[in-house]
Design a protein around this ligand. Structure first.
Ligand SMILES: CCCCCCCC/C=C\CCCCCCCC(=O)SCCNC(=O)CCNC(=O)[C@H](O)C(C)(C)COP(=O)(O)OP(=O)(O)OC[C@H]1O[C@@H](n2cnc3c(N)ncnc32)[C@H](O)[C@@H]1OP(=O)(O)O
Ligand SMILES: CCCCCCCCCCCCCC(=O)OC[C@@H](O)COP(=O)(O)O
Length: 486
């Protein structure tokens, strides 16, 4: 007996002179899950080579390999045409053809019912010459989960070898339009099944296409409607506007962190200040989503020899955009250790070289800062610190913590103050205010610490505080206020 070519195998078997009537597979009643077509092809091929009687009860000759159970399960019901005996004839949607494999018990339950009601007793020989049946009267049978008997729409791309053509080394694996969707070729080896091929093919492609387009249009319309509604709500309610915009910012941070982290790992291999370049590039794009503009002055003040301590005011989580807008190369930040656990944002801050401190423990914070003082010169990194130690969106400055200034004196590096104008003109959580706006940023000249000691830290802190507060008021259009208070 000829060894069948297993379409699922990639070994080339003997050429088969007559192409498998793949269209017959389309005649099968059930939509065949893609992964089962191969099983099906396998079954068809195997059984094709087993001599079958085409009349009388079907007996499997001795020695024919059994249909594996799983393959039987995959096999659908009542084929349109018997792909094994290739009998021509009208399609009997409820008849059971000779040669079609037995179905597992559960799958035949519904068919039995249907067959009696529609087609006479069980197993009656299929009358291939009978006139086409009158359309069934009464309500159509409810489609069963497995025994759906309506002509299925076969997958547009059926995994099957090209029809009759050659597909390189193996007969398996090609993807092609299935019979029902292929343009009908005149004089094809097998006439298209009644009510099948041409109509279904033409119809289904057209139908599928227009239905697909209709679905897309529907979704687009829905999307547009939702966006319009959201826009209206944002216009009408400051609270909705605030929540949606800040929520979007959070989502942007979380998602972009998750996407940027692998890039940092791939490009730089792990935790390094070099990742800040990548992070900076991504975060700098955020301003466009929120209609924020930065007006920067004094960037040349970052051009100091070697490391430095940068201190800036801290108003909100939006500060990350201001930070990245002016961040010089080789600069890490000091952040609260809770940030490390902020999901993907924690990962990206870790990869960016952020120094995490425990604000609740002065001792441990001091130890970390002392460690940084030692290494920053060796590593030639700048360190960005928010001396207020927390966010403050009042338009004024909180009293400064001294940690950054102890760090600068211990490392004998300059302190470079950076001031951002007040966000209160466009951002105030208490008033649900979050609109577009302009932020003025000024990098002030460095303050030298060479020769200073820890005793000078208090003065250094106060000096820096005053300069920065005055600048803040100036940039925020409140000049004249900062001079009198110390
Ligand atoms: C791709 C898309 C990505 C999207 C997402 C964006 C990701 C962006 C990626 C990456 C950027 C990440 C950016 C993160 C930014 C986070 C920002 C924050 O988390 S801000 C909160 C934490 N930072 C601070 O807290 C620093 C400021 N604090 C200090 O420096 C403190 O001084 C500290 C914590 C060290 C200690 O704080 P104390 O609460 O004890 O207060 P005190 O007054 O400063 O110190 C008490 C006594 O200890 C002495 N002392 C302080 N530090 C000392 C030191 N280092 N050595 C010796 N003595 C010290 C002081 O002189 C003071 O003593 P006497 O009052 O003078 O008697
Ligand atoms: C899966 C959980 C993800 C959580 C998403 C968090 C998104 C964060 C967006 C960027 C955060 C930038 C760092 C920052 O600005 O943190 C605030 C701290 O400086 C000060 O904290 P606090 O005022 O003392 O509470």
């Amino acid at each position: 007996m000829r060894k069948p070519t297993d379409p699922t195998s990639h070994q080339e078997g003997p050429k088969d002179p007559t192409p498998i009537p793949w269209d017959a597979l389309e005649a099968w009643e059930d939509p065949i899950p893609m992964q089962d077509t191969k099983t099906l092809h396998h079954m068809v091929r195997r059984s094709k080579n087993t001599p079958h009687s085409t009349t009388g009860p079907h007996t499997t000759p001795r020695g024919t390999p059994k249909t594996p159970h799983h393959a039987r399960r995959a096999l659908p019901i009542a084929p349109r045409r018997n792909p094994i005996s290739h009998q021509e004839g009208p399609y009997d949607p409820h008849g059971h053809h000779e040669g079609a494999p037995k179905l597992p018990h559960h799958a035949t339950r519904d068919t039995k019912t249907r067959r009696h009601t529609k087609r006479g007793p069980k197993n009656a020989p299929h009358n291939t010459t009978a006139a086409p049946q009158p359309p069934p009267t009464g309500p159509p049978p409810a489609p069963g989960p497995v025994t759906e008997l309506r002509a299925p729409k076969p997958p547009l791309l059926a995994l099957s070898p090209p029809h009759g053509g050659r597909c390189g080394r193996t007969r398996g694996g090609g993807a092609e339009l299935s019979r029902a969707h292929r343009p009908h070729k005149a004089g094809a080896a097998h006439a298209a099944p009644r009510g099948g091929g041409r109509k279904r093919g033409g119809g289904s492609v057209g139908l599928g296409g227009s239905r697909g387009r209709g679905m897309e249009l529907g979704w687009l319309l829905w999307g547009a409607a939702v966006l319009l509604l959201l826009h209206l709500l944002m216009e009408l309610s400051p609270a909705v506007n605030f929540v949606l915009r800040i929520g979007f910012y959070y989502v942007l941070c979380i998602v972009c962190s998750g996407l940027t982290a692998p890039v940092c790992l791939l490009v730089n291999g792990g935790r390094t200040v070099k990742n800040m370049r990548i992070i900076k590039t991504v975060v700098k794009s955020f301003k466009y989503f929120f209609g924020l503009r930065f007006e920067v002055k004094g960037l040349e003040n970052f051009d100091v020899e070697g490391p430095a301590i940068i201190v800036s005011n801290h108003q909100s989580i939006l500060d990350m955009m201001g930070l990245m807008e002016v961040l010089p190369d080789g600069c890490v930040q000091v952040g609260k250790k809770e940030l490390m656990y902020a999901g993907t944002v924690g990962l990206i801050t870790y990869l960016g070289g952020v120094i995490f401190i425990n604000r609740k423990s002065t001792t441990s914070a001091k130890m970390v800062m002392a460690e940084v003082a030692k290494t920053m010169t060796a590593d030639n990194v700048k360190v960005w610190v928010y001396p207020e130690g927390t966010r403050n969106c009042t338009g004024d400055l909180l009293p400064f913590k001294k940690g950054a200034f102890h760090l600068a004196v211990q490392a004998q590096v300059p302190v470079i103050p950076v001031v951002y104008s007040s966000f209160t003109t466009f951002y105030n959580p208490k008033k649900n205010l979050f609109t577009s706006g302009k932020i003025k940023v000024e990098v002030l000249p460095p303050i030298e610490t060479k020769g200073l000691t820890s005793d000078d830290v208090s003065d250094l802190t106060d000096r820096c505080y005053n300069i920065m507060r005055e600048t803040l008021f100036r940039l925020s259009g409140r000049s004249g206020e900062g001079k009198d208070s110390s």
